[in-house]
Design a protein around this ligand. Sequence first.
Ligand code: PLP
Length: 478
Amino acid sequence: MKLLFELSRTGRGQDLLPLSDVPACEFGGELLRQAPPRLPEISEVDLERHYTELAKQTHGVNDGFYPLGSCTMKYNPHINEDMAALNGFTGIHPLQDENSAQGCLEVMYRTEQLLNEITGMDAMTFQPAAGAHGEYTGLMLIRAYHLSRNDTARTKIIVPDSAHGTNPASAAMAGFTVVSVPSNAQGGVDLEALKAAAGSDTAGLMLTNPNTLGLFDPNILEITRIVHEAGGLNYYDGANLNAVMGHVRPGDMGFDCVHLNLHKTFSTPHGGGGPGSGPVGCKKFLDEFLPEPRVVRDEGGALRFACPEHTLGKVRSFYGNFLVAVRALTYITVLGKEGIPEASETAVLNANYMMHKLKGHYDVAYDAACMHEFVLTLEKLKQETGVSAMDAAKRLLDFGMHPPTMYFPLIVHEALMIEPTETESRETLDRAVQVFLDILEEAKTDPEKLHEAPHTCPIGRPDEVGAARNPVLKYEFA
Ligand SMILES: *Cc1c(COP(=O)(O)O)cnc(C)c1O
C-alpha cells in the first residue's frame, strides 16, 4: 500500500485546513521556517480511500471477536462517543476560568465520586494518561508517604511473579528495587515467600488482582495484612477491575492505593495508542500527596481547582485526558448500580464458559474457576505436533478473530491468554470455541498450514522485534 506522500502530486492542491479565523501573529525571522512544509497534495476522495483501505487492513472490535487477554477489548457503546463529542466538552480551553467551566468540573467531580465508591477509595487523580503511568504515580505516592515520616530505608517493592509486566517496570522506573515473589501451585501468591520478603526495607507491594492467570487470590486479606505489618503500603493494579467491579473493592481488601484503566474497564476504545486514562485512587491519609490540580467543592457549592498540601506535583499537563472521563461517567451512569456488577458477572461467566468448552481439548494452565480471563498452555501440543502458541494464534486471523495475548504470563510456557469480555454473545463464543477446536484438528493433520498462517492477511509474520526496536516513523523524501 502506498503512503500519502507517494500518492501526492504537485499542484493538486491541499486545502483541507480551514482559513484562519484569528488575527495573524508576527514572529521574528529566526522562528520562521525557510520553506513551506512538504504536505501531501491529494484530492479528498483519494484521501478517504487511503484511510478506508488502512482501516480494512486492521482488526477492531467492530470487525470480530477480540479476546486479547489483559486488555479488555469490550465493545464500547456509541452513547459514550456521543457524549464525548458534545461541543461543550470538546470546545473548552484548558486555561479557561473555573467559573466558565463548571459543567466540565462537575464531570470530573462526579466521575471521581463514582470511582471512589466502586474502588473503596477516598480521593482520586485523573492526571495519569495510562495504566502504567498510574502505577508510576501510585508508587510516587508511596514514596512521598514514607519520606514524610523520615522513613528512608524503605527502598523495595514486592511484586509477585504473576503480576502484569508493567508492575516491576514501573517500580524500577520510580527508583525502587524490585523483589519478586513466586506463585504457589494454585497460581496465588506464596505466603511464606511473601513473609520472608516483607521487612523494614519494604516500601510496598504491587498486586495485580485478578492476576495475569485470571485468578482471584483467595489469600488477599492475609497478603495485605503481612505487608501492612511490615510497615509497607499495598498497591492494587486495578486494570482488571472488569472482573470484580460492583462485587469487591480494593479499599475493603486492605489496599491503600489503586489505579484503574478507564480505557479498558470503563469503556474507551483503545489499542491504537490512546488516548487512555489511568486514574489513581488512594485512602485519605495519602490524599495530601496527590498530583495537582484536584477538583473540590467550595462552601458556596461551586467547583474549584485545589492543590493538595504536599502534592508530588504534576505527572501530566492540565487535568489528564478529560474526554476519557466523560466516556467513563456516561458508561457508569448508563449501567447504574445494577448494571456495573452485572457486567463483571457476565465477563466472568463468558470466560468460564469458554474455558469449560475448551478444557479436555486444550490444557488449561491452572485448572480452577477463572475470573474474566484464562490461560491455555500449548506446551504439550508443541511437543507432539510442533505447533506453537504463535502458530495457533496466527491461524485465528484467518477466521476473522484477533489472537489472544501470547507468551504471557511468562510463568506459563506456550501461553495463550483469552479474555472474551461481557459484550460477546453466546453464538460468538460458540463459534470461537469451534475455531479453536478446528485449529487443534489441523495441528494433528496439517501442521505445516499452521506454521505458515495467516494465509488471508495483507502480511504474514512481520518481524515484531525489529518493528518495536527499529520503527520507521518518518518518511524519507527522495
Ligand atoms: C493493561 C494493563 C496495564 C497497563 O496499562 P496501560 O494503559 O497499557 O499502560 C497494567 N496492568 C494490567 C493488569 C493491565 O492489564
